[in-house]
Design a binder for this molecule. Sequence first.
Ligand code: PEP
Ligand code: MN
Length: 631
Amino acid sequence: MIIVLEQHIADEKKAHIRDFLETRGYQVREIIGEVETVFGAVGTPGIDIREVELLDGVSKVVPITRPYKLASRELKREDTVVSIGPVKIGGNRIAVIAGPCAIESRDQIFATAEAVSKAGAVMLRGGAYKPRTSPYSFQGLGEEGLRFMREAGDAYNIPITTEVVSPNHVDIMTRYIDAFQVGARNMQNFELLKEVGATGFPVILKRGLAATIEEWLMAAEYLMAHGTDNVVLCERGIRTFETYTRNTLDLSAIPVVQKLSHLPIIVDPSHGTGLRGKVLPMGLAAVAAGANGLMVEVHTNPDQALSDGPQSLFPEQFEKLMRDIEAMTPVLGKSMEHLPKKQHEIILTSGKTTGQYRAAFQGVHGAYSEEALRAYFPDEFEAVPCRSFRDVFEAVMTGEVKYGIIPVENSLAGVIHENLDLLMRYPGTRVIGEREIRIIHSLIALPGTGVSQVKRVYSHPQGLAQCEAFLDTLPGVERIPFFDTAGAVAHLSKLQDFESAAIAGEVAAEYYHMEVLKEGIETNPKNYTRFYVISREEVAEVEAKGRKVSRVIMVFSTPDEPGALFKCLRILAENGLNMKKLESRPILGKPWEYMFFVETEVPNQQSCSKALEELREASDNFRVLGTIPAR
Ligand code: PEP
Ligand code: MN
């Protein structure tokens, strides 16, 4: 049964409810959702649920009707996102696991680790204990294989998963691996499931060769009932009468499972088809059908592979698969999961940001974005310039930097739509703060240049437009558009051009040792730009703990029917949420369909939770993009 707890329930009451259930023989799991906290109580003590309903602090009790309880969506409505080291599987990410069928040698697993991580895989797979149909086939390198794989994982900074075939191996495997894989042949090996579940390690659970979806979810239930919450389901094809393919890849299992369970589901098109040439189309089909990722066999020399060579991709084929998936992501509203390049950058710090980190901005040094960054972060922060806004998101997602800062709106020029779109395209990022700066344009030149000497003025077209009245006072001076305001200053400094000036912020003058000829030359002094500070989701989660929120940023689409958006906005009004911004953005790949981007003030936590819950129901593809803390 599901016990929904009252909001803001005191710890003692919670402990009392847990105690009540446990002493009657229930196993209790606490599930903290975005809007409510529930206890999932599983077991068969058979008490009258009214007894539980009467307990202090219980809001309501709902029986779970499915045979699988912990794995069921009835218990947990939100998608589970499984963490394996720095990698997350679930939600709107697409995570690809790749590697050979079997670990054959140290060199082989190192070479494969290099190839697949370069192509964008976020986990390395490979069997050390191989469950082969014939006892005369290669059985795997055993513990030696585990050691090789661990070394390769560490060398390329990529988490590893490998199959467990016996309860006797469980202990020793925990010393080497990041996640267990339970193979198709062992899906119903319940003693194995119990042992593996009890380690608490993440598990990738393959679907059995002849297992129904319900049997598969019951196997997941075994793992969860024995102690792990992190189960990733993996569809790998089932036995049918068809013989052209090794198995029949059941892609319809994806939407079926997603309705029944909150657990992520990935697909293995390698075992699903048994044929290298079929892996690409079926891998893409799986992603299109909504899979949270793929597990693919890749070998640096498939023709020499000791097992499953015919279904293993050449590294070049794997690269193509990754590129094709990436191209599909905007249509699906998802993004590729990335491996952080430098793990130390995403080490979580609770509370205040400290100085030893880096933050990315778009532009060259001296840009207004860098000014905003300097205003937001402590002095010791290193500001990392990026070529494009997309590169800022990439730097955050790969962990090259802990934070990024992106402009979202200028008081004169309006919204910077590209950045709203990127926020939607990178679901692994969150807005965690904001900063507004006044844009003060200055005329900047090499020291010694007088205003009367200036023949040309360089700046971003917007910089030139915003200083039109001032430029009109300089007759005969040519206005030359440049890609970037601070970039124009850097350009003049490099050329040592004494006949030109640039329009940019004062910080740029300082940075390139140039002189400000005139400050505040913008026509309209009410020129402000607002920036969002972004981080990876897990950093945002830690920083949000215990912090009061002043605004929520969210995005959703609506059903195509009269009044659909109106119904959503009414929810905000009825809960007293003051909307500050509403933008509609086209959905890539779906002409004439839109996502609505909303920023709203929140009066208090309770009405915010209630409104978000109602909005989630009333809209489609609802997502919180971030929150802005109260000052
Ligand atoms: C494997 O992943 O190498 C494997 C043996 O898969 P399955 O259990 O799906 O057959
Ligand atoms: Mn295999």
